[in-house]
Design a protein. Sequence first.
Length: 155
Amino acid sequence: MNNQLLQTPIGWLNIVADKSAVIAIEFDADPAGSEAPNAISLQCCKQLEAYFNGDIQDFDVPLKMNGTDFQRQVWQALNNVPYGETCSYADIANRIGNPKAVRAVGAANGKNPIPIIVPCHRVIGSSGKLTGYAGGLDLKVWLLEHEKPLKPTKR
């Protein structure tokens, strides 16, 4: 495994990658931690920097998400939530064809190993209330606010 530390507006991130893909993005990374970057972790850092600068809305770095089939199905559905928009856990459950799995969707969302790129921050409660986030609700709010002004306008 290789890792690269990145200072961002939401704190230090640790990007973990193998030779072929990003495996994890970890919040609250120790800036004094050891680094052993590779081409994938460096590519991911560049794309995250561009995201935080407002220059990109989508990522194309390769991802390897280890989890159950159900978790991977939820994480794939998260990738279909458009930039600057939100949906509910029930919406994701319906999208994966399992409308009764709302709580399981929430649990899978919380286990997302590659936050920001796989946009679990865009999922909120059915009431519109913000719910938990692995990085903390303050980070979820920051990410949602960051995406608002850059949302494409309709013509």
